[in-house]
Design a protein around this ligand. Structure first.
Ligand code: PNS
Length: 161
């Protein structure tokens, strides 16, 4: 069984993430999408909310599981006996950051955790969770960025609906 983890903040999940999830689910037998519980960042959605959103958004993909983790990805992956992480690459600007994380994880795990990159589909290359939040906070249209139920939840957070 080929299993992989797709780690991220997913605050909130966007169509770009969902595109990576769908495509990675076709490459691996099981894909675990795991939300980082990052104590340093102040997220818009709690980890529990993000897990619930991801479960709802991926319910049509049977080999996708949703989970959360705290601490180092290499430790979480080792616990789950997973040796591949999946990440999306939007543009060259992502590359340096992603390369550093991937190499750190490979080194720290003693070669036990490799990273596979999927290039984001062009129509989502401009998308980021941060820009979605910024647009929504000013009442802008995010219907092309996130599923409708997620958009509604974001506007509610900003007291816009
Ligand atoms: O969606 P994001 O915020 O770009 O995801 C970043 C993430 C969660 C993949 C990365 O920050 C991570 O794996 N953090 C867990 C802590 C860790 O393992 N750090 C070592 C790599 S430098």
């Amino acid at each position: 069984m080929k299993r992989a983890v797709y780690p991220g903040s997913f605050d909130p999940v966007t169509f770009g993430h969902l595109d990576v999830i769908r495509r990675a689910s076709e490459v691996f037998d099981v894909l675990i999408v795991s939300v980082l519980n990052n104590k340093v960042k102040t997220p818009l959605f709690s980890v529990e909310e993000r897990v619930k959103i991801l479960k709802d958004a991926t319910k049509g993909i049977p080999n996708v599981e949703v989970d959360s983790f705290t601490g180092l990805l290499i430790n979480y992956a080792a616990e789950k006996n997973i040796h591949v992480a999946v990440r999306g690459l939007r543009a060259i600007t992502d590359f340096e950051y992603e390369l550093q994380i991937a190499q750190t994880n490979r080194k720290l795990s003693g070669g036990n955790l490799d990273t596979i990159f999927l290039t984001t589909s062009l129509e989502y290359a401009y998308l980021s969770s941060s820009s979605v939040k910024e647009i929504a906070s000013f009442g802008g249209d995010i219907s092309q960025c996130v599923p409708e139920f997620v958009a509604k939840m974001i506007y509610e957070k900003y007291h816009i609906l």
